[in-house]
Structure formats: C-alpha cells, structure tokens
Design a protein around this ligand. Structure first.
Ligand code: WT7
Length: 663
C-alpha cells in the first residue's frame, strides 16, 4: 500500500475519494454523437491486436512524411525509445503548410482575443507566412538546426509562431512560463544552453501591462549562452535596450521573406525541452522528439477532443508555458488543421463572465480547461455562465489534476447544458499527450474518473511489491506498461536521472508515473494524486524541494519543510514550516510576509506559500528525513498520525502548540 510508501512523508493517495453524488443520469454517448465521433470502439480492438501496427497507421494517416519510416519502434536500448525510425518530416509543414497546400489556406487557424478586447484573426495562409518570416529572422540571428531557443512570451499569436518557426528550423525550443521569475528563467536558459531568447516588452494582466523584458534582462546579464534577445512589442511599455543584444520582432521578422523551405528532420530529432518540477530542487528538462510526439498529439486531439477541423471551434485555456499548451494549443490542433481561440488574459477581466462571453462570441464547440478553473467558476456563481449562450459547446475537457465529482457535475450542467460529454484526461509533461481518458463517442462517463487508457496505451496499478492490483478500491501506483510514441526521450543532459526517476521503482518494464491510483468495481481508474514530493497547485507541478531551497536561501531561515495541503479551489496549496535563525524570531509576521515574497521572486508567484508557519523544530525520522506526512496533518487540521518513527516524539506537540499563534 502506498500509505507506507516512505517514512520521509511522501504523499499517500487517499482511498476515501467521495463517491459520486450523481443523480441518476444517463452518461452513455448519445447515438448522434457516437455516429459522428472520431473515436470508435474499433480503435481499441486494432490497438489490442497489433500495438505497433496501430501506431504506425496513426503516424502514416495523420501526418505527412517527407520520407517514410522503415521501423515503427526500436526499444532495444530501453528505456530510451526510438519511434518511426528512419522517417523524416517537418513539424511546421505538418501544422501549417500542408493545410494551405490542401486548399484550406482561408480557414481560420487562430482567433486571438487580447485581454483588452483587441482581436486578430489569422488564417492558415497567413500563419504560413508568419512562420516562414520568423524562421528566416531566427536564422538571420544565427539560429541553426540543433540550437536551442528559449521562449518567454505571453499568450499572443507570436508565441505560437515562434514555436513553429523553431520547429521548422529544427531548433528545439524551451518555453518558459511567463509567470516564472528571472532566476527560474536563468536556470532553464543555462541548462538548455539557449542561444536566443524570444520575449515581449510585457503582457496584459488584469487590465494592466505587466513587464516581461526586465526578467529576461536579469536572466541574461553576466555570463550567459544567450547572444540575442528578440522582443515582441505588446504593451508599448518602456524597456531597457542593449543595442548589441536586443532586436525588435517588428524590425527583423516583419521585413523577412515570407518564403522559407521546410527541410525535413529525422523522426527522432529533438523538438522541444520543457522543464518540470521533480522531487529534487533542480527542474527536469523533459525532452520530446519529432515524429512520435506529433503523432500522439494529433491522434489524441482527434479522438479525445473529437476535433472536426472543418466545423469545430476549439479552445484550450492553458498557457503555452505548460505542456498542455504545447500539445493542445500548438501541435495537436494545428496538425489537425483546426480553428482555435487563444485568449491572452485572466478569466475575470474585465468581468467574471469573460470566458463565457468568448464561448458565445466565437461559438466555441470544444473547451479544454482545468478543475481549478471550474471550481473557481462554481464559487463565482451559476448565474454568471447562465447569462451567455453556451449552446455551441459539444465537448468539454478537463486536465491537470483529479476533477472531483461535484465540479464534474457542475461543469456538465452549467457549462455543458447536461448534454456535452466531459473528457477527464490524465497525462503528464513526460507522456507528451493524453494517456487515460474517456473517448466521448464510446465511453459511458463516470464523474470524477479518468476511466481507461485510450487505444494504444496500456496501464496497470501495482502494489508496493510491483504486483498488479485489480481489486476494486485497492490503492496502488499507476504505471504504463508499453512504450508510446509521445513518451519523453529523456531528461536533457541527464540520462541517468531519466532511468532512475521513471524506470527503476518497478524495474525496467514499467514507466512509473508518480501517481497513486485505484480501480472501482466497474474497472474505471481513479487517479489519487502524487505519491512523491511533488505538489499540484492549480494543475501546476511544484516541487517541495524547490520551494524549500528558495526558503533557505533567505538569510532568516535556518530550515524549511514544505507540504501540499488540500485546498478547495487550487487542489493543493503550498504550506511551509520554517525554523528561523536567531535574531529573526522576534519579527515573526514581518518575516513571514517577506518570505512569501521571497519565494515569489525566486521561483514565481505560483509558488508563493499560502501559509508559512514558524516552528521551533521539524519532525524527523531517526535517519534525519523530514516526515512531511505529519506536517500535512497539521496543515490540513487533522489529528496527527502515527509518530512512532519520529526521532523525538515531543516535536509534534510543540508544533501544534505553536500553531495557534502563527499565520
Ligand atoms: C501530473 C502531471 C497533463 C498536463 C498538465 C499537467 C496530474 C494531470 C490529471 C487528471 C488526475 C492529473 C498527475 C500527473 N494530473 N491530469 N486528469 N487526473 N491527475 O502536467 O505538470 O506534467 O503534471 O498532473 O498527478 O502526474 P504536469
């Protein structure tokens, strides 16, 4: 049982998921929906009968290859996979040019909605020119195939164009979320040795311009691999300028030629690096390659979101700084030739109905968002979406964390008109694409459960000894049992960490995802949260170790322990316990405020602890490991659990006594 996974206090998935309060309603697919759906029961049979053949078919039917592959999978150097070996293709050609070549150049690729209400409509023909210009401009700045480019941009069309321009050249991009700090950006730039950074002067957040370029300036001063910074003008705010290093997008991109040859790249050529938090302080550079990743992004977007490019308007509300934005804003939908909405701003600017206004305006038919957003809308009130016409919606998606049945039912009723199927999609930065999810035309839905692996994917739930568990309600560890095309090819620059993190817990046969899970009596999989020291705050992955090291980098902190505590809206919230150094202990409240801001500065506002508790001691095992499980009990106001393995059993009493006074 994972409950005993580790005395150092790894998160134990709890088996006490609230049972669905669903009033009896028929959640099987309607015959009309099933008749037109991309996902079919036959796909399961085909994948079951011939796993590699199934994926080879997806690759050949969904993508355009400049050179066909001669081998589907090479797993001889497991866990390092090669998919579609010998094949060559260009991702940007697949996402843009071939749609124009097929006569769909006039189709809208992007309906852009700025936070302030400014809009841009970009057709595939226009996107082709934009991408070609950006690719030419990047080459003129010295970017060649294999060079890494960091992208630190808001949600504006240039973000998509930049990613595609990199893909076209074969220069792997590393997108860094615009909410990350200068320090976080510097670390990621250094690890990937990025030559160029693409950024903007600023972005609009809650009606106000928020600067972005100063973070880049700070991240590239001193010793840095970066020699050029390409800057999009978005907010027209004042910026510092380094003539030798900085170039305006409108100077070099707008004047570049709109013709650019899309040279094919090897199927295994690296497409991008995306950093994600792991159990240590150092973020992992997850990297994905070309043919396999694009196959899986296109396939899943088709069968799970049920995108019909000729009629749907698709909207994924993620930021391109996360993998959801990579696979389901850029690569999947564009490979499929879909029309999508991109919205720059926050959901409550200028009013709490902004998203629903956008759905009504563009007649969005597929909406893909996160449980934390849904719970926020629940809090804001049913009356807000009720004011808008949401009848265009026909598929709803959820991603990032488990969606509790209450939020699922609310989403179904108040957004989906008790009609649109909801796909709860489980996957990870590492998996590249959706792994476990209902298929909306096939699956009878179960509120709160991601249900089953999609065709082509196989999962198991294992016990502590690595034995498959099938008993309903028995809690174990989720593993993936067969390689899949979109799988990560490694951790950038650290093959050993890749092997160790994902392929050692249950041996080389199983990819260990880091999530707890169980089956219910119907055979549905329920995801129960992380079993390692990784938190999930608003669907974003944060590492306890990373926040702890940010805290101890402050002069006032002697020691710190961070846990993720259950939070009604954000899923989990960051709770920190700190021991202050002598001399700082007197300034309790002031120091706590300063520490919260310090974490925001070191990592980014999303990592800011909800709570910081000043304590005299931390609970530790005899071997000196912090028992986070006990701290979580405190943070969640629970009776403190078993303390027998504590080195000093009085510590927890001290912490609880101290709690009454702290913020
Ligand atoms: C972790 C991966 C997948 C893109 C966004 C997050 C959790 C994700 C679900 C879901 C339950 C989920 C898992 C996973 N997670 N989707 N539908 N149900 N949990 O990507 O930052 O790589 O995080 O998010 O814990 O391991 P990520």
């Amino acid at each position: 049982m994972p409950e005993t996974a580790s005395e150092s206090g790894t998160t134990s998935p709890s088996a006490s998921q609230p049972a669905s309060q669903a009033p009896e309603q028929d959640l099987s697919p309607s015959p009309e929906f099933a008749a037109g759906a991309n996902g079919t029961a036959e796909l399961f049979e085909q994948a079951e009968a011939d796993h590699e053949g199934f994926w080879a078919t997806q690759a050949r039917e969904r993508l355009t290859w400049a050179k066909d592959f001669d081998r589907t999978l090479d797993w001889s150097e497991a866990p390092f996979a090669k998919w579609f070996v010998g094949g060559e293709l260009n991702v940007a050609h697949n996402c843009v040019d071939r749609h124009v070549d097929a006569g769909n150049g006039d189709r809208v690729a992007i309906h852009f909605e700025g936070e302030g209400g400014d809009t841009r409509t970009i057709t595939y023909a226009e996107l082709q020119k934009d991408v070609a210009k950006a690719a030419n401009a990047l080459e003129s700045l010295g970017v060649a195939k294999g060079d890494r480019v960091a992208i630190y941009l808001p949600m504006i069309p240039e973000a998509v164009v930049s990613m595609l321009a990199c893909a076209r050249i074969g220069a792997p991009h590393s997108v860094v979320f615009g909410g990350f700090s200068a320090d976080a950006l510097r670390t990621r730039i250094a690890d990937a040795e990025a030559k160029v950074v693409i950024t903007a002067d600023g972005q609009f957040r809650r009606g106000k311009p928020a600067p972005l370029k100063p973070a880049v300036d700070a991240a590239v001063t001193g010793e840095s691999p970066v020699h050029k910074v390409l800057v999009v003008k978005r907010t027209e705010g004042e910026v510092e300028w380094d003539d030798a290093r900085d170039v305006w997008w409108h100077d070099v991109v707008d004047s570049a030629s709109d013709q650019h040859e899309a040279v094919p790249h090897d199927s295994e050529h690296p497409l991008f690096i995306l950093y994600t938090s792991g159990t240590t302080g150092k973020p992992k550079g997850i990297f994905h390659t070309t043919g396999g990743y694009l196959t899986q992004a296109a396939y899943t977007n088709s069968v799970v979101h049920d995108v019909h490019p000729e009629s749907d308007v698709y909207w994924c509300t993620a930021d391109i700084g996360w993998v959801t934005g990579h696979s389901y804003i850029v690569y999947g939908p564009l490979a499929n030739g879909a029309t999508q909405v991109i919205y720059e701003g926050t959901p409550d600017t200028p009013h709490q109905g902004r998203w629903w206004e956008i759905v009504e305006k563009y007649k969005v038919s597929i909406l893909y968002t996160a449980p934390t957003a849904i719970r926020t809308f629940m809090k804001w009130g049913d009356d807000i979406p009720a004011k808008f016409d949401l009848s265009s919606l026909r598929v709803l998606g959820s991603v990032g964390e488990p969606i509790n049945p209450e939020a699922w039912l609310w989403y179904r009723k108040h957004i989906g008109g008790d009609r649109a199927p909801i796909v709860d999609t489980w996957w990870q930065t590492e998996t590249g694409g959706i792994m476990i999810s209902p298929l909306p035309g096939v699956t009878t839905l179960e509120p709160g459960s991601a249900q089953r692996p999609i065709p082509g994917i196989s999962a198991e739930i294992l016990d502590d000894e690595g034995q498959p568990l099938h008993d309903p309600e028995a809690v174990g560890y989720l593993v993936l049992t067969k390689p899949w095309p979109g799988m990560l090819r490694g951790i950038w620059g650290d093959p050993e960490r890749y092997r160790e993190t994902y392929w050692s817990r249950f041996g080389e046969k199983y990819y260990f995802a880091g999530d707890g899970a169980k089956y219910d009596e119907k055979g549905n999989i329920w995801l129960l949260g992380r079993v390692d020291d990784v938190m999930n705050v608003s669907g974003h992955r944060l590492s306890t170790a990373e926040i702890e090291s940010a805290l101890v980098s402050h002069p006032s902190v002697a020691e710190a322990a961070v846990v993720g505590a259950t939070d009604e809206t954000t899923g989990q919230a960051v709770c920190a316990f700190v021991i202050l150094r002598g001399g700082f202990a007197d300034h309790g409240d002031e120091t706590v405020q300063e520490l919260r801001n310090h974490v925001a500065k070191e990592i980014g506002p999303i990592a800011k602890p909800r709570q910081i508790m000043v304590v005299a001691e931390l609970p530790k095992t005899r071997s000196g490991k912090i028992m986070r499980r006990l701290l979580r009990d405190v943070a969640e106001n629970r009776e403190v659990g078993d303390v027998t393995t504590l080195a000093d059993s009085s510590v927890m009493n001290l912490i609880k006594q101290g709690m009454s006074g702290s913020s």
